[in-house]
Design a protein around this ligand. Structure first.
Ligand SMILES: [Zn+2]
Length: 593
């Protein structure tokens, strides 16, 4: 029964990609790419090799105004269009070929304007100061401040171009090689041959005996390709060392923090506070061991579920829950969600050839799309809310900001998603039976432990890995595995016994190839908790949520959050943020012990 006047029948469950282009052979695609190429070329022709525009506020403002036009003329729209088709039908090699071609053309036009960032970075310090206070340049102030900050580490135009080009063979191809090997591995489980990624996905739902047995089979596969992973990790980490030294970065994580527009002190404090509080994770695993009926835990047990909620959440039911929860915060969020459903911006169900997982992707100038693989589980509902959180962030930022600031940094992205996930979780929680509440709470804390503590333990692992390779020249795989165990044990705590072989998980951990990216997960979740708490304490603060969602990349994450009353620079901030997870653990303990 659907008491809502709006019938779900009007909702599409498949993407309508004709919202972007009419089809794969739409001639508008080539027109858009050619247009982008011409705009970039014209800009390069006008400004490359010249310096006069750098010396006057008015001339620089004019150049920046033209530079902004490049953003609108980018090839992102055709690129994403083909990517979407590829994600729905990974076996279509024509789509893949087209995708590679567009990527190549995108890199070429990107290289045409490398000179501009280099030129901005060479503006003398005294002029930089003047420009940052200039009225004429005010619309570009934050953009310029980022360019000047990055400029300190910028090399010559020729060197920048070389580094751009060599990143493919020196990093990307190594990493892709590893991914191919992992994707090609299989395990034989109960007489059936299954791909390694699928086996890993099964672990959380198995009994302890089966989970550990299958976990060992997966681990054997990591060990089997660890020779390659040893060369790969040493190569990509050494390449980074070379680049960091050329650019003058003082720590292995400095360039990541800079590119995500965070402040070093914020990230260092986050890492140190979370590391000092690993005991919170230990406390959770004590409750988890009790729920699993185990005295001691093995590495693979961290992913164990404690039973699935039997309740089914069909797509229609999930939509109602998400819509209701969003509307309680502000009816506008429910409206945007409905428009996504009506227009065909959400692809709902798993399909043969469609990629797994879930994401939200868009760029200014076209609708944003959400990919799901809805399986009627509890987590299908929270995933829907999570991805719609990203979608709301994009929707509000794309209309709320001028072109230069529409896209937000990765450091703020997970704040929006986890915030809306929280709203939906709290909507469902009271409707569950006591038994289901235990499962739901366990799963949520388990996720938070991974997002906050495991990711920061990973950051610590990465840091020591980079430092050791920088100091000693290379690190053998046995030592890498040992290092991984050291840092995993630190957050897992005394109930876990790790074997030497467990350390080979580094072979499979894709994030460590995206150096120090992991901190953004912990940062996003802790800021999101603070925002959630602010809202529950005072629902009037809902306007601040909208203000954040509309802020795009108009300022640093620190300043965006400060403007809505969330002071991440406060030394107490992260410590206070951990209170929410402690509260959840206490809630779970009263249900379990
Ligand atoms: Zn996300």
């Amino acid at each position: 029964m659907n008491s809502n006047p709006k019938s779900n029948n009007s909702y599409k469950t498949q993407w309508d990609l004709s919202l972007i282009y009419s089809g794969l052979s739409d001639t508008q695609i080539e027109t858009d790419i050619t247009y982008a190429e011409s705009v970039y070329r014209a800009f390069a022709k006008k400004y490359s090799g010249k310096t006069d525009y750098l010396a006057s506020e008015e001339k620089l403002a004019k150049a920046l105004k033209e530079y902004v036009k490049l953003i609108d003329a980018s090839v992102s729209k055709p690129y994403i269009f083909f990517h979407f088709h590829h994600d729905l039908d990974s076996k279509n090699s024509k789509v893949e070929a087209k995708l590679n071609m567009i990527a190549e053309r995108a890199q070429k036009i990107g290289n045409l304007v490398v000179f501009f960032s280099v030129a901005l970075s060479k503006i003398p310090l005294s002029l930089q100061k003047k420009y940052l206070n200039s009225k004429v340049l005010a619309p570009y102030r934050y953009f310029l401040s980022c360019a000047f900050n990055q400029g300190k580490y910028m090399l010559s135009e020729a060197e920048e171009k070389i580094l751009n080009l060599e990143s493919l063979p020196a990093h990307t191809l190594w990493v892709q090689g590893g991914q191919k090997m992992l994707a090609g591995r299989t395990v034989v489980w109960k007489g059936k041959t299954i791909p390694l990624p699928e086996a890993l996905g099964m672990l959380s739902q198995l009994s302890t005996k089966d989970r550990r047995a299958l976990g060992n089979l997966c681990r054997d596969q990591f060990i089997a390709i660890s020779e390659y992973a040893e060369s790969e990790m040493n190569a990509v980490v050494t390449q980074k060392k070379i680049e960091d030294e050329l650019r003058g970065f003082s720590t292995p994580y400095a360039s990541t923090v800079l590119s995500y527009e965070n402040e070093t002190e914020t990230v260092e404090r986050l890492v140190s506070v979370v590391t000092k509080n690993f005991k919170i994770a230990h406390r959770f695993y004590k409750a988890k061991a009790k729920m699993l009926g185990l005295e001691k835990l093995e590495y693979v047990d961290r992913v164990a579920g404690i039973g699935a909620t039997k309740r089914e959440y069909t797509f229609e039911t999930s939509v109602e829950i998400v819509r209701t929860a969003f509307a309680k915060v502000d009816p506008i969020y429910a409206k945007v969600f409905e428009s996504f459903l009506e227009n065909g911006q959400i692809d709902v169900y798993p399909k043969e050839g469609k990629r797994g997982g879930a994401y939200c992707w868009g760029t200014p100038g076209m609708p944003t799309f959400v990919l799901l693989n809805h399986t009627n589980s509890f987590s299908s509902v929270t995933t829907m809310a999570h991805e719609m959180g990203h979608a709301l962030h994009s929707t509000f930022s794309f209309v709320g900001q001028p072109p230069l600031y529409r896209e937000y940094t990765i450091a703020t992205a997970e704040v929006a998603s986890t915030l809306f996930e929280n709203f939906v979780f709290e909507e469902i929680f009271p409707t569950l039976t006591a038994k289901e509440q235990i499962v739901a709470l366990h799963d949520r804390i388990n996720d938070s432990i991974q997002t906050i503590f495991r990711q920061i333990a990973c950051f610590n692992f990465e840091l020591e890995l980079h430092q050791t390779i920088r100091r000693e020249g290379m690190l053998p795989k046995e030592a890498m595995a040992k290092l991984m165990n050291k840092h995993m044990s630190a957050y897992l705590g005394p109930l876990f016994t790790l074997t030497d072989d467990d350390g080979y998980f580094f072979v499979n951990w894709s994030h460590i190839r995206n150096f120090f990216y992991v901190y953004t997960y912990a940062f996003g979740e802790l800021v999101s908790s603070a925002l959630y708490e602010m809202y529950t304490e005072n629902p009037e603060s809902r306007e601040k949520i909208k203000q954040f969602l509309s802020a795009g990349g108009s300022d640093s994450p620190e300043n965006i959050f400060a403007s809505i009353g969330i002071d991440v620079r406060n030394p107490e901030f992260f410590q206070k943020g951990l209170k929410k997870i402690e509260k959840d653990i206490a809630r779970l303990e009263t249900l379990v012990f």
